[in-house]
Design a protein around this ligand. Sequence first.
Ligand code: FAD
Length: 428
Amino acid sequence: MTRVCVIGAGAAGLCAARHLLVEPSVATVDVLEQAAQLGGTWVYTENVGYDDFGLPIHTSMYKSLRTNLPKEIMGFPDFPVPESEKSYLPAKDMLAFLQLYSDKNGVTPYIKFKHHVQLVKPKEGPNGELWDVSFKDLTTGVSETREYDYVFVCNGHYNTPFIPSIPGLKEFKGDVMHSHDYRVPDLFTGKRVLVIGAGPSGMDIALEVTSVAQKVVLSHHLSERPRTVFPDNLVQKPDVERLDGNTAYFKDGSEEEVDVVFLCTGYMYNFPFLHESCGIVVKENCVEPLYKHLVNIHHPTMCLVGVPYYVCAFSMFDLQVRYYVQAMKGVFSLPRRDEMLRHRRREVRERAARGLTRRQAHMMGPAQAGYYDSLSQESGAAPLPPVLTEVHNDSSLKFLHNLTHYRDDVYRLIDNNSFVCYQERYYA
Ligand code: FAD
């Protein structure tokens, strides 16, 4: 009988457990979660830095956050977000949704809370490869090592800040902060704030900070300049070339005096508990070597759920898990190691031809439908409806061009292929 270890009880880990628990051939599912609560990213805390056990605070959630995707595409295929008037929900509603998902699917009793995974190592068993997973019970302080047949790595990818190398940043005279530690705008009151990065968090936070700051300088390299009408105290600038004293020098030759450098520069994949013999390396934010951004090619009894980004996250987790469980059950066979490596190399070339850099190795965006189809076609797992990608693309465009109001939109899915979108404020 199969024993499975799931690392993390965020959306990905909960989804993995939900599908594993209904498999008759799976005898053990241990979900190891270092926090006292499920939900991962969606758990808000005012605390930053380290928790009571000396572990880095995991969540990057800020107090005012509302989802950047409509709830109509944020549920799981077999468990949609419950009906409500609005499409864009506050973080606490998403957390409540995940709690409901876990409870209704019988996952919660299988979560070992306050259990921190310290080391994962492959070893040879009598009938093939096995895993030693070492974890610490944070309440008792006792460490233990257990043996598993499969490991699902679901530790999340929005918690280890990426700090860009900008000349002069280390010597900057004012405060330097990363969005991982942002909770509320108050500490920017009356300041001149340089926000670096215009991803979903950067744009959102820059806008929020304009309500209290003297001035916000939003530096980014978006190829398309957002058409959003920003408040008068926000100016947009290209990339920062260097910092000197309190002065930021930009690529277009302009300069600005600032009090705070606020890095909204994203996150790095990080698997600190994977022993090097697991064979997983992260270089320039590319996790290698993975087959279909999921399967550890060197040790196919390990999968890493949730690596791709700019996706319909929960639906993708669900499809990745169903794909992998089909392989575990022998419904289809994963290709041989050399074939998986060849597939990976071919994909790298194809992505490069589309102009994607190595740092964007797991970025899906408009190409996500092709990724979903490749998973379902190879495994026979039920496909995701195309309408998910349609809505994702639609709301992402509106985010870029109407940041101040796009969350007023209300989406309704009509069927697997079509949707409607109302601008609620025009009807109010
Ligand atoms: P997480 O939610 O990060 O969960 C990982 C879990 O693993 C955590 O509970 C953590 O404690 C645990 N863990 C980590 N290491 C260990 C260890 N060593 N031992 C034991 N447990 C461990 N996505 C959307 O679809 N829509 C949005 O609007 C959206 N907004 C976002 C806003 C912010 C500010 C951020 C940071 C992310 C946002 N996301 C959004 C992305 C979001 O993170 C994903 O949708 C999803 O929730 C990630 O789930 P996960 O399970 O992969 O990771």
